[in-house]
Design a protein. Structure first.
Length: 323
């Protein structure tokens, strides 16, 4: 890697075998520890502030083989497991928070879907989903179930993923993007009540970090930034809604003491469009990051608001090649 190129690594869940969320997709603790050792040995871990300094003054060169570690979704495991490891190793992590998780004890729709996929039989969940679409078809003027299936098979509904089966992708896309937003929320809650018996407040308290934990990590040198407010697919929103999402996330982060003179954002699901980037520029965002693009970020040639990240599983593949 040349100067001013960075491997930006994207992490989500770090699995604790004793947790009931251990089936969430991610690395286990030992894999994560091994990755940190590997990255320290073969790369030069840098801080988010180093990237800000580069963009403010191009004479501030970054080291060769730079690596930046990012963590999305405000998982409590980031505080319980990740932070102590990074602190001990002297490596900064950048943690990106859907700020609604700091306001109320609720489970994000994206995590309700994860919980459904690991707790329900896939075929039964698929049939239940289509059954509920049938129930709401007239009210929302929905296409037929066969039309949704054909659109998915023909690629009109994005059906590529490096880590999911086609059945899982179909359920995710229907509940994340294809159905009207209001109806998605209704159906997700109906399915959640059927398959997940625990109170949502209990799950939220188990699943997410709180304000005090984030503040402590920040005082210890970790970077904290926004991951939207509601974890929406941001390109789906109109301009007014995009502004509301960004402004609310900044407002909440400011209220709990985080500085926004220079700031970075990770886009939920890596999703963005031109109007979002235009507004982020107006709000002074210095770095924006997308998802699951196995490419090195080149700070000279890549736009600063669409820096690609590699998935943590790509690091594991690299490690296995070098064994």
């Amino acid at each position: 890697m040349k100067e001013n190129q960075i491997n930006i690594v994207m992490y989500h869940h770090i699995n604790n075998e004793n947790s009931r969320y251990s089936k969430f997709k991610g690395l286990n603790v030992e894999e994560f520890k091994a990755q940190i050792k590997y990255l320290k040995k073969n790369y030069n871990p840098i801080r988010m502030e180093d990237v800000f300094n580069y963009y403010m003054n191009r004479e501030n060169k970054l080291p060769r083989n730079a690596a930046l570690l990012t963590f999305d979704d405000n998982y409590k495991e980031h505080y319980d497991i990740v932070f102590p490891i990074l602190d001990e190793e002297g490596v900064q992590g950048s943690f990106f928070v859907p700020t609604i998780t700091l306001q109320k004890p609720m489970v994000l729709d994206v995590h309700k879907i994860h919980l459904l996929l690991i707790n329900a039989d896939l075929k039964r969940l698929y049939l239940d989903l289509l059954g509920r679409v049938n129930e709401h078809r007239k009210e929302y003027s929905l296409p037929s179930n066969n039309d949704y299936t054909k659109r998915f098979e023909n690629g009109l509904i994005k059906n590529t993923s490096r880590f999911d089966t086609k059945g899982v992708i179909f359920i995710k896309r229907m509940l994340q993007t294809e159905l009207p937003r209001q109806l998605r929320g209704i159906i997700i809650d109906e399915l959640f009540q059927k398959y997940i018996k625990d109170d949502q407040k209990i799950i939220a308290n188990e699943l997410y970090m709180n304000i005090n934990q984030l503040k402590f990590m920040n005082r210890k040198g970790m970077y904290i930034g926004p991951h939207g407010h509601n974890h929406y697919w941001l390109s789906e929103l109109n301009r007014k809604e995009q502004k509301e999402e960004i402004n609310m996330s900044i407002k909440i982060m400011n209220e709990i003491g985080f500085c926004f003179n220079s700031w970075a954002m990770s886009y939920p699901n890596g999703d963005y469009n031109k109007s979002l980037l235009s507004y982020l520029t107006k709000k002074g965002c210095k770095v924006g990051m997308i998802d699951d693009t196995p490419l090195i970020s080149d700070l000279v040639n890549n736009y600063h608001l669409t820096l690609p990240r590699i998935d943590a599983k790509d690091v594991s593949k690299e490690m296995n090649k070098n064994v």
